[in-house]
Design a protein around this ligand. Structure first.
Ligand SMILES: C[S@@+](CC[C@H](N)C(=O)[O-])C[C@H]1O[C@@H](n2cnc3c(N)ncnc32)[C@H](O)[C@@H]1O
Length: 212
């Protein structure tokens, strides 16, 4: 994913938004990470960060943790949130499959958001897909009772796999999908990839699951 040039803030202004968790560290403490006990939502693979920026602005009462495997995107989005003083956002650069299964405390998360995960079309790359049985089980594990897993993609075949995997490997309950509302401006999309898909008229498949 190309990252357009932006005016970069000094590193010390980004530091409050960056979460460093060594891969062999145990479960994190949300109150230590955010400095409060507000509800926590996680976005897996935040890309250029539209969802995190918009959601943290419109829902300041929620803590948002973005988990992204690409370091340059972690810094790109750290600049976006630091410029807007979005103190309820933290960004960690790691494999979300590992983070959710080993480092997010069980039963602690209000919502997990997975938007437009990479489809990895080539057969030999399929194992890099985020949404696999262990990942679905980890999502269920980290959600609190009544918490939700929200998914969107423009790849119908991947959506079918996501649905089948969730049905087979979790007890999450499928809810009616959210309606697609017309965008009022360029920022009025769920994520950067949703904007890209909808602007060229591609259909978007969405699912919401609730933990019983
Ligand atoms: C197609 S982009 C979608 C970005 C964003 N969610 C959106 O909708 O605009 C997929 C993102 O997931 C990230 N990603 C892929 N595998 C990942 C993993 N195992 N853990 C965390 N992030 C991952 C990629 O680096 C990329 O930024």
């Amino acid at each position: 994913m190309s990252v357009r040039r932006v005016i970069r803030l000094p590193r010390e202004q980004l530091t409050p938004y960056l979460l460093e968790v060594p891969p062999d560290a145990g479960a994190v403490s949300w109150s230590a990470v955010f400095g409060n006990d507000r509800p926590v939502e996680i976005e897996v693979g935040f890309g250029k960060g539209l969802f995190l920026v918009r959601s943290s602005q419109t829902r300041p009462e929620v803590n948002f943790l973005g988990v992204e495997i690409a370091r340059k995107l972690q810094f790109f989005v750290a600049n976006r949130v630091a410029k807007r003083n979005l103190h309820n956002v933290r960004l960690v650069c790691t494999d979300a499959r590992h983070f959710l299964s080993k480092q997010a405390p069980a039963g602690s998360v209000q919502t997990v958001h997975v938007y437009f995960p990479d489809p990895w079309w080539k057969q030999r790359h399929r194992k890099r897909r985020v949404f696999q049985p262990d990942f679905a089980a980890a999502c269920e594990q980290v959600l609190q009772s009544g918490g939700r897993l929200r998914v969107a993609t423009d790849v119908e075949a991947y959506f079918e796999i996501i649905q089948a995997t969730t049905a087979k490997h979790t007890t999450l309950i499928l809810e009616p999908p959210p309606a697609e509302k017309p965008a009022e401006n360029d920022l009025d999309y769920l994520s950067n990839f949703e904007r890209k898909a909808r602007k060229v008229g591609k259909p978007v498949w969405r699912a919401v699951y609730r933990k019983p």
